[in-house]
Design a protein. Sequence first.
Length: 327
Amino acid sequence: MAAAQQLGRAGHDVHVYERESRPGGLMRYGIPDFKIEKHYIDRRIEQMQGEGVTFHCGVNVGVDKPVAELLAEHDAVLYCGGSETPRAAGIPGDDLGGVHDAMPYLVQQNRRVGGEPIQSVAWPSHPIIAGGQHVVVVGGGDTASDCVGTAFRQGAVRVTQLDIRPQPPEKEDKLSVWPYWATKMRTSSSQAEGAEREFQVATLEFIGEEGQLTGVKCCEVDEKRKPIPGSEFVIRADLAFIAIGFAGPAKAGVATELDGKMKIVTDNRRSRNVEANDRDYRTSVDRLYAAGDVRRGQSLVVWAIREGRQAARSIDEALMGSSVLPR
Ligand SMILES: Cc1cc2nc3c(=O)[nH]c(=O)nc-3n(C[C@H](O)[C@H](O)[C@H](O)COP(=O)(O)OP(=O)(O)OC[C@H]3O[C@@H](n4cnc5c(N)ncnc54)[C@H](O)[C@@H]3O)c2cc1C
């Protein structure tokens, strides 16, 4: 959306193709309303439509419309498909009823709050509701925190968050880490609502009865994340969410087409992010650019906006010979 707005303002005829029923990406369907209310995104869409940008929602590129067709119809195509494949935890028992990746849970709740049917194109799932449940969240990042806050809003009895990292110090040591983000104990608004946080704890197994989750078996770990013998314990759980990061773009549809016939170059890491530099954002496919999480891996909104704006300038320069858009 950041790229589309810049290119529209530079005078180009811009079309945004979006798989879901509404634009906004993870800001709409990943991050809960209690962190960002969606009217901010709606207002931006209205503004962009007023400026001449056309949105085509419900178009799953690579499935409903091949990338090759987009390239034939447009002078340049910018691929900003995100990085939404959940990292596989490989924890025994993760096939029990009640154990879920974070994304289907957060996406369906965002859709529910937005007045949409809970089924999305990417995340078809049955209703998951934490009301009256003992909930365990595995992971220590933003996605885990969003599961905690969502579970509380749905009326969970108890929410426990498991983090394999050591508990950070209360105060940062600025001199030793500057200019990097200082490690210190941070409590998100969701955690402040009453989450029980366990640090330096590994998740060993999801345990259950008759196919349904009843508890999470854990143990304490040392500084090298090695299990401490004899430290095992079980937390009661009816629901567990796995939020331990993301492993690159969705494999179906667009990635299959790009990997197959087009042989697009990826960064060769397990996640297979699309290879493009942060000067011109060009991929190995002629006139196809890439920006945001699909290029750099799951990251932050500010990075997605910055990359989108810089990619817009690169495309404008390629099409017009020069550009007044900022870098
Ligand atoms: C739960 C969660 C919480 C987060 N919290 C924060 C936070 O607090 N602060 C922060 O800065 N960042 C946060 N992030 C990260 C942030 O949301 C992302 O870094 C950012 O949204 C990336 O933007 P993007 O445009 O690259 O990709 P996305 O936002 O993922 O957008 C990609 C879009 O492409 C669409 N798409 C994908 N494939 C196709 C296709 N084949 N055809 C058509 N459309 C397609 C998707 O539907 C989506 O709309 C969070 C992420 C998650 C998952």
